[in-house]
Design a protein around this ligand. Sequence first.
Ligand code: AMP
Ligand code: ZN
Length: 141
Amino acid sequence: MKKDDCIFCRIANGGIPSRTLCENARFRVILDLGPATKGHALILPKEHFSDLFELPEDWCRDAFALAGEMASVLKEKLGCDGLNLVQNNGEAAGQTVSHFHIHLIPRYRADGQTIGWKPGSPSPEELDGVRAQICGENQAL
Ligand code: AMP
Ligand code: ZN
């Protein structure tokens, strides 16, 4: 389903012009208008899914397969030294547009960007507790 009032639905389906790098039946890949670095691109599904929690499994597989392909293209064409995949879900995680998207952010030595987090220092017991909360009594999920 598409949402008329969703800007990424409109861009993905060609209703609003964008600097498209490629598209297929399910996705359009565009340049981000506020790039973190040169070549910062977004993978947008042509159907509306708010976030990863709503994205069906087969779309998820296709989205990340495309991310892998595009990462190689960007590396080859732009000569970047690295690349971050960023994918925000929910306001608490920094998502500002409620239409699933994957950021492809080429990285260059000394590009001055910081994409990261402040590492915590949990005790072994705290880590065991988190693992138990996720896996219960199982060895693993
Ligand atoms: P997020 O914070 O993960 O929701 O990322 C939203 C991204 O969309 C930001 O990097 C914006 O710069 C980008 N963005 C917002 N509107 C547009 C637009 N019309 N065309 C291209 N990129 C956009
Ligand atoms: Zn949408």
